[in-house]
Design a protein around this ligand. Structure first.
Ligand code: HXC
Ligand code: NAP
Length: 282
């Protein structure tokens, strides 16, 4: 499926593409023939990533700084990428902000810090490019990175959960409203994938490795696995998929939701005692 020309000449803009998962997905898009644009706030990070990815793949990487919380900067980013490549085919809304803290300790500024990036920033990018596509009478594909707690909620990261739920609703709403313009909207909900940005902010140990017991497949996600899913969802092979959220989490959220998941920890002896106790109820 992943032929080297899968994404040939598709212009793909990745927000937050200088680090973590955005960087990995951008690299995969380049390997599959795409022309890449990356944007975020830190120019030195973008410049280093652009060079690294160009050297590694031989593909073209354009970068432009943008704080997606600022609608003017978002417009400028879209214009810069559009002028550079002559079009934009795909937007990957990947940029995010997050941290774990007891909710009762948060100030309103702390809530805004996450909501402004994840919900408002994603909205501004979506609206700016969607309007361009509609005015140009051309379609396009948007892919939004959310999290499985968009539908379960999550203690200690409630602003992020709220914002990701909003991005899921945005995805579903516009898939229907903009389908007639040839615009596809989908989302990916990843489980834990090791990145410095996430692990340092979300785990007191700075690593997700301590959580493997809660994942049915007993390992963290690999960046290539997410990148290949993203490549499929922005490729022409998924042309009839819109409004969906694909989960890639090794079964983690279902295990957390299922009442009996913890029985997995019983020893053989404990199972035998348990069975005897249950059978005695006849
Ligand atoms: C409590 C905090 C805090 C923390 C910031 N604040 N960090 N409160 N605990 N850890 C408060 C500050 O005290 C301040 O409130 C307010 O939030 C704004 O802080 P700033 O530092 O001014 O915010 P800003 O510079 O806008 O930075 C935004 C940020 C930062 C979100 C706080 O972490 C950031 O830039 N993150 C970008 C990258 C990122 O987060 N990547 C992780 C994505 S991982 P006061 O009241 O003091 O003024 C992810 C994974 C999802 O999303 C799923 C995993 C399974
Ligand atoms: P990351 O490396 O910290 O990525 C976040 C990116 O967003 C950074 O490149 C950052 O760049 C950019 N960004 C933040 N605020 C921005 C702003 N205001 N304007 C423009 N760009 C901004 O973390 P990650 O783990 O790769 O996360 C990537 C995506 O995956 C996020 O949507 C996250 O919620 C999602 N996710 C991650 C995991 C995981 O386990 N890692 C799980 C589920 C979902 P600058 O600082 O330069 O702006």
């Amino acid at each position: 499926m992943f032929q080297p020309d899968l994404l040939k000449d598709k212009v793909i803009l990745v927000t937050g593409g200088g680090s973590g998962l955005g960087k990995s997905m951008g690299k995969r898009f380049l390997e599959l023939g795409a022309k890449l644009a990356i944007a975020s706030r830190r120019e030195e990070v973008l410049a280093a990533t652009a060079k690294e990815l160009q050297d590694a793949t031989g593909g073209e990487v354009f970068y432009t700084t943008c704080d997606i919380r600022k609608p003017d900067q978002v417009e400028q980013m879209m214009d810069a990428v559009w002028n550079h490549y002559g079009t934009i085919d795909v937007l990957l809304n990947n940029a995010a902000g997050n941290f774990a803290a007891p909710t009762a300790t948060l100030s309103h500024r702390a809530v805004d810090a996450v909501l402004n990036i994840v919900l408002h920033g994603t909205w501004y990018c979506t609206l700016a490019l969607g309007k361009k596509w509609i005015a140009e009478e051309r379609g396009g594909t948007m892919l939004n990175i959310i999290a499985t707690y968009a539908w379960t909620g999550a203690p200690f990261v409630a602003p992020s959960a709220t914002a990701k739920a909003g991005v899921m609703a945005l995805t579903q709403s516009l898939a229907v409203e903009w389908g007639k313009y040839g615009i596809r909207m989908n989302a990916i909900a990843p489980g834990p994938f090791p990145t410095e940005g996430a692990a340092m902010r979300l785990s007191p140990t700075g690593s997700f490795e301590g959580r493997l017991e809660s994942i049915p497949l007993r390992r963290l996600g690999k960046h290539d696995e997410l990148s290949n899913l993203a490549a499929y969802l922005v490729s022409d092979y998924s042309e009839y998929i819109t409004g969906d959220v694909i989960t890639i989490d090794g079964g983690k959220w279902l295990a957390g939701a299922a009442d009996f998941s913890k029985l997995d920890q019983l020893t053989e002896e404990e199972w035998a005692q348990f069975a005897a106790q249950a059978k005695a109820q006849k």
